[in-house]
Design a binder for this molecule. Structure first.
Ligand code: SAM
Ligand code: DTB
Ligand code: SF4
Length: 330
């Protein structure tokens, strides 16, 4: 590993991103793997576990989302989960090897008061187990970001989802600028940023690369970049979208690795529809993190056994808990 920041650029253009993305597949993969090896152990994959701590009934109209109150998807709603349940889930996640526990809430924004206080309690609870805590709760004000950080939240997930140009096709109830403002609040509070997007929503290659340009050109690149492949949920406006070309997805992972060489690139939603071979190519292209367990927030995910077997078949391994940023309690 090397520590100089000279290979981090924040002036990427759309044309440069397209030139990287469009080169012959073997050249692109070789370059991405080379960048990956400079910055990471190429055999190691980190695991995070997701838990939906407040599910469904969200006022936003994100066209992909099973939790939006605008669509009839059959997702069962519940309010913020009690600490005992969350603690038990986090302990289980740690036992099965996750180093990060990410709590998601189907909110447009966090409301001060009972709900936010409950979340702060959950953050403390999970931190005390010795896991990196991540939250994704919608928009945050500056002071909420600060309070989350003080409670022990290590990372905040807030996705830009797609290019600024395509964003309006997917979400009408908030703007790209709203999202950017929350990311700024998260940064200023000293949490790490987890920010990425979704592929397969009818966007073009330009939009996928437009998202990467936005992410790479942030004042500080996100420490974690989740790349989701749309999970098509019955009842959402995007349930009938076409398939994503697996090789186009691998190209995007490789381009993300080249534009953001020090960021963790997460293979996020959509792994149920990815073959083992496609995932293997994504790891070669520089993906180095996954969500583990049988459930994402509300949709299925490959189980632990399948992922363990895949790592064995590839001669790769998962990151150990002792290597995460939280001291493990004795
Ligand atoms: N409500 C908060 C928000 O939107 O920031 C947090 C939870 S939200 C479910 C987190 C992210 O999950 C979204 O930004 C989106 O990128 C991703 N997501 C939601 N539904 C998805 C789907 N059907 N397929 C792929 N990714 C999805
Ligand atoms: C992210 O980019 N993907 C995760 C996490 N951040 C919060 C969520 C995926 C959700 C997929 C749909 C569901 O399970 O509800
Ligand atoms: Fe709500 Fe988040 Fe789903 Fe959008 S992605 S509808 S904000 S839960």
């Amino acid at each position: 590993m090397h520590n100089d920041a000279q290979d981090i650029r924040s002036n990427w253009t759309a044309d440069e991103a397209m030139a990287l993305y469009s080169q012959p597949f073997p050249d692109l993969l070789f370059k991405a793997q080379t960048a990956h090896r400079k910055n990471f152990d190429p055999l190691e994959v980190q695991r995070s576990t997701l838990l939906s701590v407040k599910t469904g009934g969200c006022p936003e109209d994100c066209a992909y989302c099973p939790q939006s109150a605008h669509y009839k998807t059959g997702v069962e709603r519940h309010g913020v989960l009690p600490p005992e349940i969350v603690r038990a889930k986090a302990e289980k996640a740690k036992e099965s090897g996750s180093t990060r526990f990410c709590m998601g809430a189907a909110w447009r924004e966090v409301k001060d008061g009972k709900d936010f206080d409950a979340i702060l309690g959950l953050v403390k609870e999970v931190k005390s187990i010795g896991l990196e805590v991540c939250c994704t709760l919608g928009m945050l004000t500056e002071s909420q970001a600060q309070r989350l950080k003080e409670a022990g939240c290590y990372a905040y997930n807030h996705n830009l989802d797609t290019s600024p140009e395509y964003y309006g096709e997917i979400i009408s109830t908030r703007t790209y600028e709203d999202r950017l403002r929350t990311l700024e609040n998260v940064r200023n509070a000293g949490m790490t940023v987890c920010c990425g997007g979704i592929v397969g929503m009818g966007e073009g290659v330009k939009d996928r690369l437009g998202l990467l340009v936005q992410l790479a050109n942030q004042p500080q690149q996100p420490e974690s970049v989740p790349l989701n492949m749309l999970v098509k949920v019955e009842g959402t406006p995007l349930s009938k979208e076409g398939e994503v070309d697996p090789l186009a997805f691998v190209r995007l992972v490789a381009t993300a690795r080249l534009m953001m060489p020090r960021s963790m690139v997460r293979l996020s939603a959509g792994r149920m529809e990815m073959s083992d071979e496609m995932q293997a190519l994504c790891f070669v292209a520089g993906a180095n993190s996954i969500f583990a367990g049988e459930k994402l927030l509300t949709t299925p995910n490959p189980g632990e056994d399948h992922d363990n077997e895949l790592m064995t078949r590839l001669g790769m391994h998962f990151r150990e808990i002792k290597e995460c940023s939280v001291p493990v309690a004795a």
